[in-house]
Design a protein around this ligand. Structure first.
Ligand SMILES: Cc1ncc(COP(=O)(O)O)c(C=O)c1O
Length: 491
């Protein structure tokens, strides 16, 4: 049974902003020869100085890009400039201020389509509050009934898990396809079997993430056309994929793609979208109507006609002043090139995986247990782990976040709203989970897993993005080294 440490907070020294860590030059040379693709991404070093100077000015190591990316300074300047020089009113009108913002918002909508190479004949962009809002739109409107199925992978964000409650309420069959440790990839034989399973003759929805927000695994986009050829509608959650990978909707044709823009370029928050196939949208039945979504509605006539296309799915007033900032953010990424961002992130992830995986206590036991693939093949720059002491005891992940904070490192801990991947990674079984559900409070739920099962209920996650550099990775490894030969037991 693994022992779980309860308190390491407060024993680590604070890092000083602006200091150059010992040994970084030598390590950098080794890194460049192992990951030569990184050299071609030097434009991002210039950009870090120009657009993200606040990171080095404050000595901050930001490693939570899967939580939210960072915005560049020029995005803010451009947006404020636009706001300062225009008169913009609510877009649901034909007055000049309304027409002015409508023009900018529609331009932003078209820019989203162009960014993802999505044909306007095939796809529409529905602006939402975030990726979760986009998934809820699908869940609440999908024609689930007792003849239909909802199929999803264990590895999914809770917004995808949440769709199961709409499916359940309408009597649809719900099936999870497992992922397998240690790589945490989908069991493809089981997925194929489930996709081919006959019986239900109603509508069928299949949901998977293009990239896991837990392990960084990239699930094959080939599953999209395979599933569609077997009669499935396919929702690909792109929220963790699109910040550092190119999603080409001229090559891949999923029915629904939810995402959040702040995860791509940090600002604005509060805006996401559902990119939906026009044909798939026709299958959805909205459970209500509101301002903005109707062609006409009447009180005495007791009827309404929903507007066509994206309009019927955008409730009330959209976040109209922020949408031009979405276009500015997409232009920022385009000016760098998604391939450049991708190459940098994958190189840094590759180095982190190698060095982290090689850290040892004096007795030879590993310092970090990494969940998910150990190579850069079909994975992105998100790495989940736990830290072990020389006897195999696990350091408490909550305390690690606090300790990292003392080093001015922002990382994330917990299960990252992806319980399925976590349960497989931590070896938690169906019966473990059922028993612990007797505890309604999160803290006591986690305590149940730790105390009764001797297993951890969460992990530490670092994720890389557009402003990451080698120094960030190196300083994180420096933090990890502080666990060498330390005991996880409270002293
Ligand atoms: C893969 C994935 N899907 C969906 C979401 C939900 O995004 P939001 O909280 O912006 O709705 C996240 C957030 O971390 C995510 O990583």
């Amino acid at each position: 049974m693994q022992r779980v440490e309860t308190n390491i907070a407060g024993i680590l020294p604070s890092d000083r902003a602006g200091t150059i860590p010992d040994g970084i030059e030598e390590a950098h040379t080794g890194f460049l020869s192992a990951f030569p693709a990184y050299k071609a991404t030097s434009v991002l070093d210039d950009l870090r100085k120009r657009e993200f100077s606040r990171l080095d000015e404050t000595g901050h190591v930001y490693l939570d890009y899967t939580g939210g990316s960072l915005y560049s300074s020029s995005q803010l300047t451009k947006h404020v400039d636009m706001l300062e020089h225009g008169i913009y009113g609510n877009p649901h009108s034909n007055n000049p201020s309304s027409l002015a913002i409508t023009k900018l918002d529609e331009h932003a909508r078209n820019t989203v389509l162009r960014f993802f190479n999505a044909s306007p004949e095939e796809y529409v962009v529905i602006f939402t509050q975030n990726a979760s809002g986009a998934m809820k739109l699908v869940g609440e409107s999908y024609p689930f009934d007792k003849d239909s199925r909802y199929l999803l992978t264990f590895d999914n964000h809770n917004a995808a898990n949440g769709i199961r409650e709409f499916a359940r309420a309408r009597g649809a069959a719900i099936t999870y396809v497992p992922v397998e440790a240690p790589e945490l990839r989908v069991r493809s034989d089981e997925l194929q079997r489930q996709l081919e399973k006959t019986g239900a003759n109603g509508h069928k929805l299949f949901t998977f993430p293009a990239q896991s927000n837990f392990s960084g695994v990239q699930h094959s986009l080939e599953w999209i056309s395979k599933a569609q050829s077997l009669g499935w509608d396919v929702l690909v959650d792109a929220a963790a994929f699109v910040p550092t990978n190119r999603l080409d909707l001229g090559t891949w044709h999923p029915d629904f793609v939810p995402l959040s823009f702040y995860k791509m370029f940090g600002y604005p928050t509060g805006v996401g979208c559902l990119i939906a196939k026009r044909s798939a949208l026709k299958k959805l039945h909205r459970p209500w109507f509101s301002g903005g979504t109707i062609k006409v509605a009447s009180v005495q006539g007791d009827r309404y006609f929903l507007a066509e296309g994206e309009t019927g799915f955008e409730d009330g007033t959209i976040n109209y002043l922020s949408l031009p900032a979405v276009e500015i953010g997409l232009q920022f990424l385009t000016s760098i090139g998604m391939d450049t961002i991708h190459d940098r992130v994958v190189s840094l992830a590759g180095w982190l995986l190698e060095v982290l995986g090689g850290l040892r206590h004096s007795n030879g036991s590993p310092v970090a247990e990494i969940y998910g693939p150990r190579t850069t093949d079909m994975r992105g720059g998100t790495i989940a782990m736990n830290f072990h002491d020389p006897k195999g005891g696990v350091f408490n992940f909550h305390n690690i976040e606090e300790s990292a904070g003392k080093f001015n490192i922002s990382l994330r801990t917990g299960c990252f709203c992806n319980p399925g991947a976590g349960e497989i990674a931590f070896g938690l079984t169906r019966s473990d989970m059922s028993e612990c559900f007797e505890h309604e409070e999160r803290a006591s739920f986690e305590q149940c897993i730790i105390a009764a099962k001797g297993k951890t209920a969460g992990a530490v996650r670092v994720s890389l993005g557009v402003a990451s550099n080698f120094s960030d990775a190196f300083r994180f490894i420096g933090f990890c080294k502080t666990f060498i030969d330390r005991s996880a037991s409270p002293s």
